[in-house]
Write a protein that binds this ligand. Structure first.
Ligand code: PGA
Length: 255
């Protein structure tokens, strides 16, 4: 694999500012050889600046969990792309299933964010994935295709160095149930194909992360699956031992 594997930690609504600072400082001390992997911390907005500051001069990166597509205005509670960029965030998660299902974000709404982020220097981590009901009805392929097509509508070209996709089956998120190796491989191959159809060889090169109950025990088999470029990790990214072990496992395997 020529590109560095990506390990992104999605902290969701967890950790105070102080906890965040001590967590990333500890990881910095424990992961000494950071060059082999791209590690991205996605904390809540409240600790973004602290983490960027703590990690300056390191090879770790920082991303936000959400963004609004408008540059400014009367959008109470929202944060713009420029605001994130101005404090040093480099990545932003878009279309996470919790945003889709709990906060009702539609493909069209997500598409507006992708269009805006694509014009900026932020790198989107665009999440897609099917529910259990959709999988059981044989709709996985169609759902992934639709989420890609609608989410990336009006996007003419994609730079694989500036775009990350995350396949996260909804039923595997936070449940302790990981998708099987064949399910992950099949989904990743389909996603690659859809991206290739839309964007040619550039689309085919987009890194595709797997997310959904990744932990220190299943990281090894999962990272070995064809088409898996890294992980988007929720629960296990909050535990220092688990997160470090996952980083070390990935470093050892993807050389
Ligand atoms: P999980 O969450 O690792 O806790 O399943 C993944 C995610 O929501 O990105």
């Amino acid at each position: 694999m020529k590109n560095k594997p990506i390990i992104a930690g999605n902290w969701k609504m967890n950790k105070s500012n102080l906890e965040a600072k001590s967590f990333v400082s500890d990881i910095q001390n424990r992961i000494l050889d950071k060059g082999d992997t791209k590690v991205i911390f996605c904390p809540p907005f409240t600790s973004l600046f602290t983490i960027v500051d703590t990690l300056k001069n390191s090879q770790f990166s920082v991303g936000a969990q959400n963004v609004h597509y408008e540059p400014h205005g009367a959008y109470t509670g929202e944060i713009s792309i420029d605001m994130l960029a101005s404090i040093g965030a480099k990545y932003v998660i878009i279309g996470h299933s919790e945003r889709r299902h709990i906060f009702g974000e539609s493909d069209a709404f997500i598409n507006k964010k992708i269009i805006a982020v694509n014009k900026s220097n932020l790198i989107p981590i665009f999440c897609i994935g099917e529910t259990l009901e959709q999988r059981n009805s044989g709709l996985t392929g169609k759902i992934l295709k639709d989420q890609i097509e609608f989410g990336l509508k009006k996007i003419d070209s994609i730079d694989p160095d500036k775009f990350i996709l995350a396949y996260e089956p909804v039923w595997a998120i936070g449940t302790g149930e990981t998708a099987s190796e064949s399910q992950v491989e099949e989904a990743h191959l389909k996603i690659k194909l859809y991206l290739k159809t839309l964007f040619g060889s550039k689309g085919e090169q987009v890194p595709i992360l797997y997310g959904g109950s990744v932990n220190e025990k299943n990281a090894r088999p999962l990272i070995n699956i064809d088409g898996v470029s890294g992980f988007l990790i929720g629960g296990a990214s909050l535990k220092i031992d688990s997160f470090c072990e996952i980083i070390n496992t990935v470093k050892k395997i993807k050389r």
